[in-house]
Design a protein around this ligand. Structure first.
Ligand code: FAD
Length: 322
């Protein structure tokens, strides 16, 4: 099997970001995953151990004191050096801000083909077929990178069953070669921790829309998310009306999510909302309007008042999961 380089985004303290597990699982469906990281000495061993815990057997490490602060450059050097060392057919990266940045730099530097925001991948002989979603999900496109290395960013999705932990073998990639074009000197702010899973990679997302009616009522959306151990999302109207934080917006101008289960509460299903969630495996909609467009894409629908349905649903789920 060919090597599939998998770029791993790390937090400031060296932990693999939530995109890592699903990306590595994708890589293992195509070939042998090789995780690539750029990291300073302080967190190096912890990062390698964490990747072993995700079942990664090969980790390629570029040692760089400035990996966290130097925007993209150490990470691009790491991936380029790993391409030399492992001769992969595919480089996989998350479709995050950092993943997109590194993907563009790597493709330009190595003259590779690039496909962004893939929602599915399939090996066919020596080729990899990449599925992307276009025009707000109205079309799906099947692409093949011909004649050489393919650099692919994957839309973040929920990870499947965890692989067994292993002791990872480390390959050193040398040190950072390129001079950073920009350096982050300080980070401030950021969303307050909710204790819930990251919206982009959660396996369950419960979203509320205008039908929820108020910020206070949004607690019901959060309660349903919590009994399902899921993330909370919102429509743009819910965000604009102040019911939920902007970071929770799902859709064309918000987050794109691909969970196993998406529950839409009081959301009509406008095309701009659907663009961010219609690749979910199972969609459940609760809406008083039987003609709401969300029912066109829902696998299960309840025509009813969310304030009557959800308070019955929560204890029923609790009783089954206790
Ligand atoms: C350029 C552009 C970008 C956009 N980007 C986004 C985006 O990223 N994300 C996004 O979501 N939207 C986006 N929009 C807005 C989008 O067009 C819709 O306006 C929005 O998604 C509607 O939000 P909603 O479904 O919450 O509200 P509505 O469309 O008003 O729907 C509310 C629904 O709640 C139902 N309801 C009411 N009361 C109850 C109840 N008690 N129980 C159950 N159901 C009830 C109603 O029947 C209705 O179907 C964008 C629009 C534009 C023009």
């Amino acid at each position: 099997m060919s090597n599939i380089l998998t770029f791993i985004e790390l937090t400031a303290d060296g932990a693999p970001r939530s995109s890592a597990a699903a990306l590595l699982q994708r890589a293992s469906q195509l070939g042998t995953p090789v995780a690539v990281i750029a990291i300073g000495p302080a967190h190096r061993d912890a990062a390698v151990t964490a990747l072993g815990a995700l079942g990664v057997e090969q980790v390629a490490v570029l040692a760089s004191e400035s990996a966290d602060g130097a925007v993209g450059s150490a990470q691009t050097d790491a991936v380029a050096a790993a391409v030399d060392a492992f001769s992969p057919t595919v480089v996989l990266l998350p479709h995050s801000a950092e993943g997109r940045d590194v993907a563009g730099r790597v493709a330009a530097r190595l003259g590779a083909g690039i496909v962004v925001d893939a929602i599915d991948l399939r090996a066919d002989g020596d080729s990899v077929h990449v599925t992307t979603s276009a025009f707000g999900g109205a079309f799906t496109v099947d692409s093949v990178v011909e004649g050489g290395l393919a650099v692919i960013t994957m839309r973040q999705a929920a990870a499947g069953e965890a692989a067994a932990a292993v002791q990872a073998t480390v390959t050193e990639l040398g040190s950072q070669q390129s001079t950073p074009a920009a350096v982050v000197e300080a980070r401030t702010g950021g969303a307050a921790a909710s204790g819930r899973p990251d919206l982009r990679s959660a396996s369950v997302v419960v979203s509320g829309g205008r039908g929820v009616g108020s910020k206070e009522n949004f607690a019901l959306v959060e309660q349903l998310a919590d009994v399902l151990r899921g993330a909370v999302g919102a429509s743009r109207v819910a965000v604009d009306s102040g019911y939920a934080a902007q970071a929770l917006q799902v859709g064309q101008t918000g987050r794109t999510v691909s969970p196993d289960l998406y529950i839409a509460l009081g959301i009509s299903g406008a095309i701009q909302h659907r663009a961010g969630m219609q690749t979910a495996k199972t969609i459940v909609a609760i809406n008083t309007d039987a003609d709401a467009p969300i029912f066109d894409i829902a696998d299960f629908g309840v025509v009813g008042d969310l304030f009557s349905v959800v308070p019955q649903l929560i204890p029923a789920i609790e009783a089954r999961t206790r």
